[in-house]
Design a protein around this ligand. Structure first.
Ligand code: KG4
Ligand code: ZN
Length: 341
């Protein structure tokens, strides 16, 4: 297939890796003309977590109207789109396939190039879209419902894992603790709100440092520790929900923030960033900011609207790939787990 030699400027981004159907129009990789996110929280909340098959079906219903809405909000017509960028993985295969197939068909019909984007690279671009992005390299903590990793980010398309969780992701721990206390889904926002009125030092939940010189994480132990606390204090824990939430959050945040700063020190780089759904957590943002100031490092945090899954970050990452000449073939497939960029 031949493409016209239009300059790459206006990119349509599409994201459907989990429980948000999202589309966005981004100009030159940084200017967000529109960003539409259709959340499926109401569909999954009764089950306490994302039900993959329901997610796929909901994406199917939402994808076309969400894309049309993104174009309308941006005030552009289809023929003004220069390229399409879509999340290729990791994520739920059935959910990914909806956005991926739609993007291929859309690009084919418009006769514009398209590119598959790693969801995690997208999250990193949420930091790079800010008016004062970090210089390269920098250390980035990517912390979401499915991932908890620290990366050395060397360029807009090149990042290397320095450490990652060996079991649960940090966001998953928030979700599971919320579910155990019967507080609902998704747990991150609920727990952090509740924690505001609790004492973070009331209960000493274990910090899982693993090897202190390395940057791997483990969050399954703390989830179990919260469960055990609830068992042991069967009669009283209901009156201590805010303290449990605050003490749990404190334990998670302390490990995340400390390891990020140590990772930046280990590569001799005075710049840190946080991205992903949990980057919206005020306690984490404050702690990273405090520790970085102490260590003489600059901190780069995405706008709250760009922390959770969205398509603007995918369009931004895709823009740089397309502008560099990368093109995805129509027979490309999604991936669920592999860490490709
Ligand atoms: O990046 P994201 O939207 O989806 C994935 O790629 O996983 O992240 C969703 C995760 C959920 O686990 C949610 O509970 C968590 O981010 N989250 C938070 C907060 N807001 C969302 N965790 C802690 N504090 C928050 N304020
Ligand atoms: Zn995500």
């Amino acid at each position: 297939m031949k493409y016209s030699l239009k300059p790459m400027k206006t990119i349509l981004g599409i994201e459907s890796s989990c429980d948000e159907t999202a589309a966005a129009v981004v100009s030159r990789g940084t200017e967000i003309l529109s960003s539409v996110v259709a959340s499926q929280i109401k569909v999954h909340a009764p089950f306490g977590g994302v039900v993959p098959e329901l997610a796929s079906r909901k994406h199917l219903e939402s994808i076309a109207p969400v894309v049309e809405q993104a174009l309308e909000d941006a005030g552009i017509s289809r023929d003004q789109i220069d390229g399409v960028a879509v999340t290729r993985g990791p994520g739920l295969v059935g959910a990914l396939l909806v956005g991926f197939s739609f993007a291929k068909a859309y690009a084919f019909a418009l006769d514009v190039p398209w590119v598959g984007v790693n969801h995690l690279l997208g999250h990193i671009h949420s930091v790079l879209m800010s008016p004062s992005p970090p210089e390269f390299p920098f250390a980035a903590l990517l912390v979401s419902g499915g991932h908890t990793s620290i990366y050395k980010v060397s360029s807009r398309t090149d990042m290397e894992v320095m450490g990652q969780t060996r079991d649960d992701a940090a966001g998953e721990a928030f979700d599971k603790v919320s579910k155990a206390m019967g507080l609902g889904y998704p747990g991150g926002e609920i727990i952090s709100k509740l924690a505001e009125s609790g004492d973070p030092h009331k209960i000493s939940f274990p910090r899982s440092w693993l090897d202190k010189k390395k940057f791997d994480f483990s969050f399954s132990g703390i989830k179990t520790a919260v469960g055990r606390y609830m068992q042991v204090h069967e009669d009283s824990w209901h009156d201590e929900k805010a303290d449990i939430a605050a003490s749990f959050q404190e334990a998670v945040v302390e490990v995340l923030a400390t390891k990020l700063i140590n990772a930046a020190k280990s590569i001799g780089c005075p710049r840190v960033a946080v991205a992903g759904g949990v980057a919206a957590n005020a306690c984490l943002r404050d702690r990273v900011t405090q520790l970085a100031a102490k260590a003489g490092m600059s901190v780069h945090l995405p706008d709250i609207s760009l922390c959770g899954d969205n398509a603007a970050m995918i369009a931004a990452a895709g823009y740089y790939k397309l502008a560099a000449g990368e093109r995805s073939p129509l027979n490309m497939d999604v991936f669920s787990r592999m860490e490709k960029l």
